[in-house]
Ligand binder design. Sequence first.
Ligand code: PRX
Length: 669
Amino acid sequence: MPSEKTVYQPNPALSKIAYVSSLNQYQEMYQRSIDNPEDFWGEIAKQFHWETPIDINKFFRYNFDVTKGPIFTKWLDGATTNISYNLLDRNVRNGNGDKVAFYWEGNHPDDYSRLTYKKLLEEVCRLSNVLKSKGVQKGDRVAVYMPMILEAVVTILACARIGAVHSLVFAGFSADSFAERILDCEARVLITSDGVWRGEKLLQLKNICDQSMARCAQKGHNVETCIVVSHLQRVTAPNGTQIKTNKTPMQEGRDVWWHEVVPQASTSCYPEWMQAEDPLFMLYTSGSTGKPKGVLHTTGGYLLYAATTFKYVFDYHPNDVYWCTADIGWITGHTYVVYGPLANAATSVLYEGTPFYPDNDRFWEVVSKYKVSQFYTAPTAIRALMKFDDSLVKKHDLSTLKVLGSVGEPINPEAWLWYYRLVGHEKCSIVDTFWQTETGGHVLTPLPGACPMKPGAASFPFFGVQPVLLDESGKEIKGEGEGYLVFSRPWPGLMRTLYNNHDRYESTYFAKFPGYYCTGDGARRDADGYLWVTGRVDDMLNVSGHLMSTAEVESVLTEHHGVAEAAVVARPHPVKGECLYCFISTTDTAHFDDKLLKDLKQLVRERIGPFAQPDVIQDAPALPKTRSGKIMRRILRKIAVNDRDVGDISTLADSAVVEQLFSARPANA
Ligand code: PRX
């Protein structure tokens, strides 16, 4: 395995054509972005349309110090623009109307289509007009629960065009989770599809939405309009037969089929000019106290940041074909499937299915079919694909690839090397991009033509980003060392608040270290100045790139009448990165048996979603607690990996519990 000192140089041919072709050039640009942000971002802003011009005196203001007053960040305050105008109309005017914006590749290889910039603009205008006719106005929230289909992109941009705030929820979340999010943002309009095939599995999305809407109604909130894309009847089902959608229940007066309202609408819709600091979208992310946080992004700064990170981190050039496999329901889908690529007039692949259908080489088949030059995926997918025979990769022509991206969790050196050697033929740069829903775009990453790579290092800050490592007392760690990863100033794409909850925004991200945005991750700086993200320092865990909190899973488990107490910890998993290991104490009347296990797994699937299903649930007649009653998770993490080196347990109320739990580890653990 490579050590921290092993460095892989970018391919000289790539560096030669790259926008940033050396570490020196990167450092110069970086310094300018820090010393003179007005100049740096002002130059970039010129390529976009501002209906009300940018006022240089109000270019950039912020407060990151809770002791000095409310936290805020403002970029380009007072300027007005519209993102959909910049992504569509501007590109069409610049001669890109007939350029393909998206190649859509269906779950089944027989299903594919494409959309040019001109056509995308028309479709966006049509839906914008429909939304307006349904009473959607600037500032209203629109809930979206969509698969990876072109209408999802149209939906996002139609909301942006009329100034509505889109709130997408990953269509793997359960009806309960979706309902909770609709209620929180009080959306009155919902957009979904009848269903989708993922591999050989049929997901009936409209049914899930119906349950969510019913749950909202019970709580006194009515979704007034639900627009449904009829998708299943136009695609090929895995067994080769067509599915008819006449079973999809539609509620009179509320539910409308997309194809019955959108095609009739006008293809022109004047954009709503938005203040740079007006909300663009919200996206929920897990919070360590359980309740999801509605991360809010605004218009002007997000546009600049999505556009700029996309251009430089993927080194996207006009004839390239780019593919990001992330679901549109996550932040990666927002910034790097939709906003970033379109802001650069890019051509992208939008893929509906899984890496494993119809065979385990589907990713590589799609790369070669569309001659993809930049490919962006998650370590969990790489680890899952590494298990198969190399021939599945080798049989495809991957010679068009130039840049390979990784996102969502630390990438282990084994996976990095497999990606580099087998997929990238040692000629592609790997960009290990560290960022968060909250950061809007990449904040730590190598640049592909400039930065010598170290497997597993997120490397250096992007332009405008100032990372700092702090120790527990808040003292800065200079040079080599490990600590809390924080940022000392905002970049344009940073979230501005949590929807309807600015207090939680301040307390979650700014209270621990006044003057800094706190990521919740730890990081290490090596002797060469490279940053290595070491993982969460709070009670969050990352399962296949899905961030969740131990608290939210614990609260679901204790909902069950048979569970008195639950404690959940993360355990390393060879493919998922981390998995859930749960300890539960049953109530006096309940029995820890197969039925209870099944019920608990089902409950987690229902309340959160299938991706949160625990891998192990262990019977814990007692939990290791301090005398003051605090559960010592450090010990539970050791039990989960069967490591008896538990350290000091003298503060436990009853230290015999530890041995009991070790000896009662379940057979499947
Ligand atoms: O712990 C970090 C991890 O994912 C968290 C953010 O999750 P989310 O908001 O869902 O956004 C994921 C996609 C941007 C971070 O706090 N993380 C993300 N990327 C990396 C990472 N950890 C290490 N290396 C990365 N490249």
